[in-house]
Design a protein around this ligand. Structure first.
Ligand code: PLP
Length: 473
């Protein structure tokens, strides 16, 4: 592609991008694609000859777009949001044009130093202590994995990196029963074994019970095992429960166990001073993660990982063959030594663009607005005699079920599953489901930048309308 063609096509694409954002509401939020439908439209073999960009773009519009789920749609209320704000998109355009591989300071000094600066900004914006150091990972799952590996090495005096785990005994990790599955995955990847993950019981608010945590640690010590890492969750995936960090932190300090705080989604709410109560006791945490790519308008992938002892992190990951040595040595940060990846994208640019173009106030307004809208809708759901909330809802997520008066408890799961599928089949609203105390629950999260109060109102009208048309046998 020559540069003249590139320039014209890129201008055309930018028009398409702006039109996409402007008219996204007219699209179904979730496609009705059947499995294999897209694959059947794609040739089995790669083309031998070059194809014109016009032709490729036509196929993008005709084959790919109809099979896309629109995460930026105002009626996307499933999973957690994955916001892509216009400033973030613009930064990503520049990032992909400069296309630097930012593994070391020397391979792009500006990328490294900007990452250092914006991570300090973020740390201060969410109220973490000054002695936390930040690095951008791709996801919270990777951040969790990094935390487990660093915890494993610290507790073994950095020996197991060399010896492996053969003679190291059992390493036990602890998390609430509501913890995200990336904990289970991280434990497997770190070689600690999922049998050694203790799922600690939760209280009536679905928060980890500290006394139960201490009991589990003591039992493992008694058995000669090595308590290695505790994961405290702020904003659990199913229902946004918040673990009591201060008490958990005291226990971790007492038994010298690494404390990782997983605030993948809810961490963004810490830009609001009124939500800083969630991190009371954070000074005892060893690592903390939240994903600006979820709720803070910097698009995927952008996971903000903070660690208190960056020396332990670097000692866990640093490997320095001759071909990676640079003369700046320890004077600079080489983020390749802060996690599993050697090659790294320039992710700090989008954070810089987002933070500067919204300002802290703009980001606070965005988060506050979603919490207020969701709380207002949750109150309406709670007030309807045919519906019930199934858990506390401190942030911008609530779980509910349809429970018509007198309808038998044992049939509620099936009724709500039918309701849930019928809602999503409309293509007008996208929700996800979970289980709460063994009941089927429908889960609604508001976080897309395009979502306005009217979208939540319309969602509620749609939910009620579909529910009331369901046959009650
Ligand atoms: N932790 C929590 C609480 C989550 O909700 C999620 C995903 O939604 C994750 C971790 C994993 O996030 P990621 O997709 O960035 O790995």
């Amino acid at each position: 592609m020559d540069l003249k063609n590139f320039r014209e096509t890129a201008h055309h694409f930018v028009d398409w991008m702006a039109d996409y954002m402007e008219h996204i509401e007219q699209r179904p939020v979730k496609p009705k694609t059947r499995p294999g439908e897209i694959l059947a439209q794609l040739p089995e073999k790669a083309p031998e000859k070059p194809e014109a960009m016009d032709h490729i773009f036509q196929d993008f519009q005709n084959i790919i777009m109809p099979g896309m789920t629109h995460w930026q749609h105002p009626n996307f209320m499933a999973y957690f949001p994955a916001n892509a704000s216009p400033p973030s998109i613009l930064a990503e355009m520049l990032t992909s044009t400069v296309a630097a591989q930012c593994m070391s300071w020397q391979t792009s000094p500006a990328a490294t130093e900007l990452e250092e600066r914006v991570m300090d900004w973020l740390r201060d914006m969410i109220g973490l202590p000054q002695n936390f150091h930040g690095v951008i990972q791709d996801t919270a799952s990777t951040s969790m994995f990094v935390a487990f590996l660093t915890a494993r090495e610290r507790v073994n005096n950095f020996r197991t990196n060399h010896t492996g785990l053969v003679d190291a005994g059992r390493h036990c990790c602890y998390a609430s029963a509501e913890v995200h599955s990336s904990t289970d995955k991280g434990i497997r990847m770190a070689g600690l074994g999922s049998d050694n993950l203790r799922k600690i019981p939760v209280d009536e608010n679905f928060a980890l019970i500290p006394a139960e945590l201490e009991k589990a640690i003591l039992a493992d010590l008694e058995a000669g095992h090595t308590p290695t890492c505790v994961v405290a969750t702020l904003g659990s995936t199913s229902l946004s429960s918040i673990d009591p960090l201060a008490e958990i932190g005291e226990i971790c300090k007492k038994y010298n166990v690494w404390l990782h705080v997983d605030a993948a989604w809810a961490g963004s709410a810490l830009v609001l001073p009124e939500f800083r109560w969630m991190i009371t006791g954070i000074e005892n945490a060893d690592s903390f993660v939240f994903n600006p790519h979820k709720w803070l308008l910097a698009q995927f992938d952008c996971s903000a990982f903070f660690v208190r002892d960056k020396g332990a992190l670097i000692r866990t990951f640093e490997i320095l063959p001759e071909y990676l040595k640079t003369r700046e040595g320890d004077q600079v940060n080489n983020y390749r030594d802060w996690g599993p990846q050697l090659g790294r994208r320039f992710r700090a640019l989008k954070l810089w663009f987002v933070i500067r173009s919204y300002g802290i106030e703009g980001l606070q307004n965005h988060i506050r607005r979603h919490i207020a809208m969701t709380q207002a809708l949750a109150a309406q759901v709670a007030a309807d005699p045919d519906f019930e909330l199934l858990a506390p809802n401190p942030l911008a997520l609530f779980c509910f079920r349809y429970h018509p008066e007198g309808y038998p408890e044992q049939k509620l799961d099936a009724l709500n599953e039918t309701l849930f599928e019928a809602i999503n089949d409309t293509g007008k609203l996208y929700l996800t489901q979970t289980r709460i105390r063994d009941s089927y629950a429908i889960r609604l999260v508001s976080g897309a930048e395009a979502t306005q109060p009217r979208h939540l109102e319309q969602a509620w009208v749609l939910i009620k309308q579909i529910a009331r048309q369901l046959p009650l046998d």
